[in-house]
Ligand binder design. Structure first.
Ligand SMILES: CC(C)(COP(=O)(O)OP(=O)(O)OC[C@H]1O[C@@H](n2cnc3c(N)ncnc32)[C@H](O)[C@@H]1OP(=O)(O)O)[C@@H](O)C(=O)NCCC(=O)NCCS
Length: 226
């Protein structure tokens, strides 16, 4: 399934729209390299290059899957709307027994010329608001490979905290490396205490909570939701 439209500006003033994807947009993902390049795939743990048929198949699955909420990431400049990536909250209901509602994070900009412009940070603020304010999730999980500093910093900016690291999560230039596993806990008073029960969260989790509260405050004020 797709998420509803959210519009906001990055710190540098770029207008971003998170919106449902159109089937006709799918060639963009593989046009001019995109998901067929090592440069993008190396951070996604992918070693295959999708072709257009794979993209249409992915679209059909994304549209129908009730456990996923997905958005296309568009840069809006006047009348021009450019698709540059996608983001999602995945496995929302999960197959396993779960005492709380959770999701895993996905985020990708397939056009490297749009990297480093604060787009991920801004999108995470809007998406975190959707996850906690609309869906009532308790926790969002994110897996980030060791070398992907920009992705880790983007999620940390909205309060994700490293919970643990996976040994040999992936190969980097032939060498086994670690993956970060991060979590963002819903800071709402009742949800927070439900999550932590009798445990006392350490300083890093309290700092994460503060950042999530700030991210939510920003998003509630600045994200336009037509
Ligand atoms: C990784 C990715 C998501 C980051 O998105 P982005 O819009 O470029 O990120 P931002 O511009 O919001 O930057 C996020 C943070 O990383 C920092 N950063 C940006 N580029 C960086 C780089 N090359 N190295 C280190 N830090 C970097 C920014 O300064 C910012 O930190 P700050 O909040 O402390 O200022 C994007 O590059 C991407 O989609 N890459 C390919 C696929 C991918 O890696 N997906 C994520 C899988 S977990």
């Amino acid at each position: 399934m797709f998420g509803t439209i959210m519009r906001f500006r990055t710190k540098s003033g770029l207008m971003i729209e998170l919106a449902p994807l159109n089937r006709e947009d799918m060639p963009e993902f593989v046009k001019n390299g995109g998901l067929q390049t090592h440069n993008v795939n190396k951070f996604l743990g992918r070693f295959n290059a999708p072709v257009l048929e794979d993209e249409y198949e992915w679209f059909d699955k994304a549209r129908a899957d009730k456990d996923d909420i997905i958005w296309g990431i568009y840069v809006v400049d006047g009348e021009t709307r450019t698709l540059i990536g996608n983001t999602g909250l995945h496995d929302i209901n999960g197959d396993m027994y779960s005492p709380c509602k959770s999701a895993t994070s996905g985020f990708m900009i397939f056009r490297p010329e749009f990297w480093g412009k604060g787009i991920a940070g801004a999108c995470h603020r809007a998406r975190t608001m959707y996850a906690f304010d609309d869906l009532g999730l308790v926790v969002i999980r994110s897996g980030v490979i060791f070398e992907n500093e920009a992705s880790r910093r983007a999620v940390e900016s909205v309060g994700y905290v490293v919970h643990h690291m996976d040994r040999m999560g992936h190969l980097y230039k032939g060498e086994p490396r670690f993956d970060y596993n991060l979590q963002c806990i819903n800071p709402d008073k009742y949800v927070w205490s439900y999550w932590w029960r009798n445990e006392k969260p350490t300083k890093k989790w309290l700092e994460g909570r503060k950042k999530t509260i700030e991210a939510l405050e920003w998003a509630r004020q600045h994200v336009e939701r037509p």
